[in-house]
Design a protein around this ligand. Structure first.
Ligand SMILES: CC(C)(COP(=O)(O)OP(=O)(O)OC[C@H]1O[C@@H](n2cnc3c(N)ncnc32)[C@H](O)[C@@H]1OP(=O)(O)O)[C@@H](O)C(=O)NCCC(=O)NCCS
Length: 138
């Protein structure tokens, strides 16, 4: 199993994984090839995949506005869960952020994904009950 930087060419395999993973909320953002290539191009050292025997089995994208880091698209193929692949991806992205002096990381989970939220709490994230998220489509 190898953790390596994501390339735009990984898109097809990554999208197939995300489509099979509940809780990915794929319709909320631009998850087309161009949308994912844009986040990789803007964040060339913080978007990672896990590969096993040439097969993409996990993803975690890290994006930053230069001040704060955000996690997107944490997904591990079902057959590969429970092997600390997710936590290795978390460590890889965190290292990429730390190298840019980014020390605060945020992420969003949907309310219908308590397992995902429990994972994030297990690896150290704290829920912010004081925040309501709003967005706007342009
Ligand atoms: C959540 C997910 C990414 C975990 O990946 P994984 O590779 O199985 O997790 P790891 O094996 O690295 O687990 C790391 C630690 O978290 C714990 N953990 C894993 N899933 C957990 C969960 N749902 N709730 C609580 N703890 C969890 C593990 O027991 C392990 O604990 P340890 O380090 O004390 O031994 C994976 O189950 C997944 O892809 N889920 C569907 C997508 C999703 O919900 N993504 C996150 C929300 S956006």
């Amino acid at each position: 199993m190898e953790i390596r930087l994501m390339k735009p060419d990984d898109y097809e395999a990554a999208y197939a994984l995300w489509s099979q993973t509940p809780g990915m909320n794929l319709k909320s953002l631009n998850n087309s090839y161009d949308g994912i290539k844009a986040i990789i191009d803007h964040n060339p050292t913080t978007c990672f995949v896990a590969e096993d025997a040439g097969q993409l089995v996990g993803t975690l994208l890290g994006g930053t506005d230069g001040r704060k880091g955000y996690f997107y698209h944490m997904a591990i193929a079902e057959a590969h869960r429970g092997q600390h692949i997710g936590s290795q991806l978390v460590q890889a992205v965190l290292k990429g952020f730390k190298d840019q002096n980014i020390v605060k990381i945020g992420l969003f989970t949907t309310n219908d994904n308590p397992d995902g939220r429990a994972f994030w709490e297990h690896v150290g994230f704290k829920v912010r009950p004081d925040i309501t998220y709003l967005d706007l489509d342009l």
